[in-house]
Design a protein around this ligand. Sequence first.
Ligand code: MG
Ligand code: MG
Length: 261
Amino acid sequence: MGGRKIYYKTEEEIDLLRESSLLVGRTLAEVAKVLKPGVSTLDIDKVAEECIRDNEGVPGFLNYNGFPNSLCTSVNSQVVHGIPNDTPLEEGDIVSVDCGVLKNGFYGDSAYTFTIGEVSDEIKKLLRVTKESLYLAIEQAVAGNRMGDIGYAVQHHAESNGYGVVRELVGHGLGQNLHEAPEVPNYGRRGNGMKLREGLVLAIEPMINMGVRQVKQLNDGWTIKTADNLPSAHFEHDVVVRKGKAEILSTFEYIEEVLNK
Ligand code: MG
Ligand code: MG
């Protein structure tokens, strides 16, 4: 994390964060165009890096603490931080594609879990509930609320559907650092935690497991996967805390235009 100091952003800084976040959305849409059975996560990593650089950005994850690629690609029981490889994706797989961009000195960071071909109804429900939990959390990201309201929204929705909420990894502040204070847990109690103030920019990213909440790390030093090997889903948006209603800086619109074609 980029220190413990919390940087509240000016409108000028928010404009730059929005630009970076939207470039992540456009990059994930390029990924959406090529994802299908037979394509590998290294293939989509190449597509993403090209899109980012073509738009005057720098891949935010590449070389971050030594991470080797532009995307984190986490397949099926992998939760987050998966390293792209040349294994072809198969019909029925899901893949969380997490992308970071640095442009004009500010980061964007957003993730979407894609389906490869037809997936089971069970998996469709996991993805739907995880995405719903993200938007319920965003509804809580308003000035005067507390951090625990965000975490509670995710946890309550996921757990009432029988899912496990990952605790070891959390969302974060976002700005000139990819990971800034404060941490944004996906669990919590209403009315608890720090008070949210206008200008706070957060990456909110529920990681929801079909089975138990426990995770383990692979010996590649990066990949986090579920302890019971059941699937996990992950969606992430960058948001600004505002009065009355949070503003979402990133977007899934470009992605979903491609997917709904
Ligand atoms: Mg991310
Ligand atoms: Mg993040």
